[in-house]
Write a protein that binds this ligand. Structure first.
Ligand code: ADP
Length: 918
């Protein structure tokens, strides 16, 4: 029994790993012993620290210097492992960014698997596995039971692929597969129609869809002609059709790593890494889609196949390659390729051991210096032999039997030495694999921006299954290389088969959910005709309202007869009754522009009293400015106004003032500003109408600003066709059901509520949040309109969308986050488009009023929703361009519209009054 002592990677020494080339003194004798890298065996009798079969003095070793020298080559130091980790991470990131050269180290191939399973997947699936387990092909019948049911063991059958098929024409291989499929299905009580198949095809492929995948190059001992560069799904479909026995739909193609990952239950964290060490080795993990340059997709996640088997093909593994690795590569089917895989994959481990044994025998160290024809022939030692020989209990006997089977002369010390060789080769493989996995974990930790990454890694493949110490060495090494990750390893139970069925089922579920989502959001997607109809109805309602006929638009005259022309001067004190606050502003209008020099939130008595000397005081409420405009005593009006303040409805007051004030304040900078628009808590608009069109005010010449009160548009039922059941729910729960129809589809007070109602509906359909309703989401106004802005912000990762929703007690997958984003987009897009249709009606009316071919006009806009939502303003502008192509519209955002605008209305009124006196 050889003693097995792990070398330098022990926890207490881990910080030493950071010192390149530096070994702590206590390792010196270990280094000189040589068979570095023997696996750690816990609980093996005779292997305690005290009972070392190795004396600490190398001269007493029962191992010859040639053996030491030979096995020394398999040693990988901690520093080297860290170099591999860093270098692989580097190649991964380069390949993700699309910068990799053709001879690049890893491929980072995106699969079309975008989400890990829910656990709700169900149904029966056929799985065909090719390339996962050496020279065989496996067919499985997998039944997924959803959340409620218990797990059913899949039925499966393995078929050995004859060597001439593995190396023959591609069509022969796929015909063989089709034959195996029907042989397997014949024995099951299933129909011949409508079977859904997941194809597990574990070779490097370029995937262009969940069911389209082009083989890049064969690996793992396969070399069929006419397959590289072709879609393997199509080849399989053709073969199934040629065979003709069954009608099978090939739904998805994945590789074994994806299958392994998808088949596992979550551990401490979600299972988002798949690691396979079988004939070959590879890993996959869930990457943020926006980091995968070739995808051109900025949302969600996608499973990426690292294809790390080819790591080192560009030479970076150079110093770590032994003479045996070089010999193995030379004799392989694909010299120069898959260099990393050839140090780890099960197809090669037995061969490496054989090459070492030949070398030692030829140097007279083993088997009395004799080889045998069997030992000299390629492939005579297999993965399973190595695993058996390494077995701590039965190993020695197995080694003996095996060596004898190979026709070798087994001497007394040979058995132990052969075990050393096996251990050295195996340990190196496990540690290299650990370094590669550490690179993937670092990548994940970095892209998730998490302090401690909690994650589960699904492991699969015969190397894990047959050689338990492979996992323990791997695990310990990973812990040392990535101390910031909390990793649990979950062995896959039935190979990747269940996972492949999962992918197939997930694809089916996602398609069904997407269909329901699209159906739900369809009424929010307004086409050109619908928007043009809104514009026309708005126009009609405007005309009726102006004429004093029944209309949902009140079209209130404001008695503001002109917009600023820039010649206004003076100091003005403005009172803003807009909200709960009663603001007083000192506004100075000079040749240099408008300056608000003071801003107070309560009215000190002396200011109110002294206002007569200070300038002109304007009470900024509906009708008051009108009196002012008529040139009456302002101080008197103020007193009157303050006296009347309790009598007026403050809400309405605020809205009127905001809209006109916004137009006026922007009008001072831009004389073309003849429209005011508010999109905040509520929404409203005003514009300059020809007085001749305003029935309520006498006079035929000149203009007057009309406060449209457009929030009420549609209260006569004219928006009926556009209103969804979600709008109806929001309206029902509001304080004014049946009122402000247009506003309830547009403004900040309601958008969050509409989204919340849609989310509730989608949850009830099982599309969102795994169908689980939460109390929080049923709370009115819990979903703020500012969340729409945050969720739709381009710079925000979906992770942050999740954070917002998790704050609401909703636990969601990245699919959920994506769908919530789409809901928000649909609701805010409709709001902006309806608002744009209203604006289009207004500017077109102004253009026609004036008989112009083309109107150039500016619009003063205020309101937090308009200003802070990332896309609202550009969607409004785009809609106006589309619906009013003959108007050139500029949108101006007002600053402090109410205060500045209030002063300017006064200023304009003063100017007009002065002109009248002259
Ligand atoms: P008001 O219209 O009451 O005079 P605002 O123009 O500031 O005041 O609008 C306030 C409304 O804007 C809030 O009711 C809220 O719905 C909405 N809102 C607040 N923050 C945001 C944001 N970041 N994105 C979109 N809407 C917002």
């Amino acid at each position: 029994m050889p003693h097995t002592e792990r070398e330098e990677l022990t926890p207490k020494e881990s910080n030493q790993l950071l010192l390149p080339g530096g070994h702590p003194p206590m390792w010196n004798h270990m280094d000189s012993i040589g068979p570095i890298g023997l696996p750690h065996r816990e609980g093996v009798p005779g292997c305690s620290q005290e009972g070392l079969p190795y004396p600490s003095n190398s001269s007493e070793l029962p191992v010859s210097p040639q053996v030491l020298e030979c096995l020394q080559q398999f040693k990988v130091t901690g520093t080297q492992l860290q170099q591999i980790q860093a270098s692989l991470l580097d190649s991964m990131e380069q390949a993700l960014g699309g910068q990799a050269s053709p001879a690049s180290a890893v491929r980072m191939l995106p699969t079309y698997v975008g989400s890990i399973p829910h656990g709700t997947e169900q149904g029966d699936f056929v799985v065909l596995e090719l390339g996962a387990t050496g020279a065989s092909l496996r067919v499985l019948w997998v039944t997924l039971m959803g959340t409620g049911g218990h797990r059913m063991e899949p039925r499966s059958q393995e078929f050995v692929i004859p060597p001439e098929v593995m190396l023959g024409p591609g069509q022969q291989l796929f015909d063989f597969a089709a034959h195996c499929l029907s042989e397997f299905l014949d024995a099951l009580p299933v129909g011949k129609q409508g079977l859904q198949l997941g194809f597990s095809f574990s070779f490097p492929c370029h995937q262009t869809g969940l069911d389209r995948s082009t083989l890049i190059s064969w690996t793992k001992g396969f070399r069929c002609s006419g397959v590289e560069g072709h879609d393997v799904v199509q080849l399989l479909r053709d073969a199934i059709k040629r065979h003709g026995a069954y009608n099978i739909d090939v739904v998805a193609v994945v590789n074994d790593t994806v299958g392994t990952m998808m088949g596992c239950e979550p551990g401490v964290g979600p299972c988002e890494v798949g690691l396979v060490v079988d004939t070959g080795t590879n890993a996959c993990y869930m990457e943020e889609a926006r980091h995968v340059a070739v995808l051109d997709e900025d949302r969600g996640r996608v499973c990426v196949s690292v294809e790390w088997g080819s790591f080192g093909d560009d030479g970076v593994l150079g110093p770590m390659l032994t003479i045996f690795d070089h010999a193995l590569d030379r004799e392989s089917l694909n010299p120069g390729a898959q260099r990393f895989e050839k140090m780890i994959g099960g197809l090669y481990l037995g061969e490496l051991v054989r090459l070492v044994l030949v070398h030692l025998a030829q140097r007279g160290v083993l088997f009395g210096g004799c080889t045998s024809p069997a030992l000299l022939s390629r492939g005579s030692i297999l993965l399973e032999h190595v695993a058996e020989m390494e077995d701590p209990w039965a190993g020695a006997a197995r080694v003996h039997a095996l060596l004898q089977d190979l026709g070798l002369n087994v001497g007394a010390s040979d058995v132990e030495l052969v075990q050393y060789v096996c251990a050295a080769v195996f340990t190196r493989a496990a540690r290299l694999c650990a370094a590669a996995l550490a690179a993937v974990l670092s990548r994940l930790q970095h892209s998730r921006e998490q302090q401690i990454l909690q994650i589960a890694v699904a492991t699969g493949g015969r190397v894990f299954e047959q050689h338990p110490s492979f996992l323990s060495i791997l695990q310990e090494t990973v812990m040392l290389l990535t101390p910031e990750c909390d990793v649990s390893f979950i062995p896959s139970v039935d190979g990747g088969g269940r996972g492949v069925a999962m992918v197939t089922a997930v694809a089916a579920r996602l398609a069904a959910h997407r269909h329901l989502l699209e159906e739900t959001l369809a009424p929010f997607q307004l086409n050109h005709e619908q928007l043009a109809a809104v514009q026309a109805q708005m126009r009609e309602a405007m005309v009726k309202g102006l004429r004093g006929e029944a209309s949902s638009l009140r079209m209130l005259p404001t008695y503001v007869r002109a917009t600023p022309d820039g010649s206004e001067r003076g100091d003005f004190l403005a009172l803003d009754l807009g909200g709960t606050n009663f603001r007083v502003l000192l506004v100075r209008v000079t040749a240099e522009g408008v300056k608000i020099t003071n801003q107070i939130y309560s009215i000190p008595e002396n200011v109110a009293q002294g206002s007569g000397q200070q300038g002109i005081l304007l009470n900024w409420t509906k009708g008051f400015s009108a009196s002012d405009c008529e040139g009456q005593d302002i101080v008197c009006l103020l007193r009157e106004a303050i006296g009347r303040r309790q009598a007026v409805e403050l809400n309405v007051v605020a809205i009127v003032n905001d809209t006109v004030g916004t137009m006026m304040s922007c009008g001072y900078e831009d004389p073309r500003c003849e429209v005011g628009l508010i999109v905040g808590t509520g929404t409203n608009a005003c514009y300059m109408e020809e007085l001749r069109n305003v029935a309520a005010v006498a006079g035929d010449s000149g203009q007057m600003c009309i406060n449209m009160e457009w929030g009420a548009f549609g209260d006569d039922g004219s928006l009926g066709l556009l209103r969804t059941c979600f709008d109806a729910s929001v309206d029902q729960a509001s304080i004014n059901p049946g009122k402000q129809s247009f506003e309830k589809m547009i403004s900040g007070m309601y958008l969050g509520e509409i989204v919340r109602h849609i989310l509730l509906h989608l949850t009830s359909l099982g599309v969102l949040f795994r169908g689980q309703q939460t109390q929080r989401l049923q709370t009115r106004d819990i979903f703020k309109t500012k969340f729409l802005s945050e969720i739709e912000s381009d710079s925000l990762a979906l992770r942050q969308v999740r954070a917002i929703l998790e704050d609401l007690g909703l636990s969601l997958t990245s699919d959920d986050a994506l769908m919530v984003l789409e809901v928000c987009q649909a609701v805010s897009q409709r709001a902006a488009q309806l608002c744009g249709a209203g604006v289009a009606a207004v500017v077109e009316k102004i253009r026609e009023n004036r008989g112009l071919e083309e109107l150039t006009v500016s619009i003063g806009v205020d309101g937090t929703l308009y200003k802070l939502h990332p896309h609202f303003s550009s969607l409004v502008a785009a809609t106006v361009r589309e619906l009013a192509p003959r108007c050139v519209v500029t949108f101006l955002q007002s600053e402090d519209g109410s205060g500045k605008g209030a002063a300017l209305v006064t200023a304009v009124a003063c100017r007009l009054a002065q002109m009248a006196r002259v």
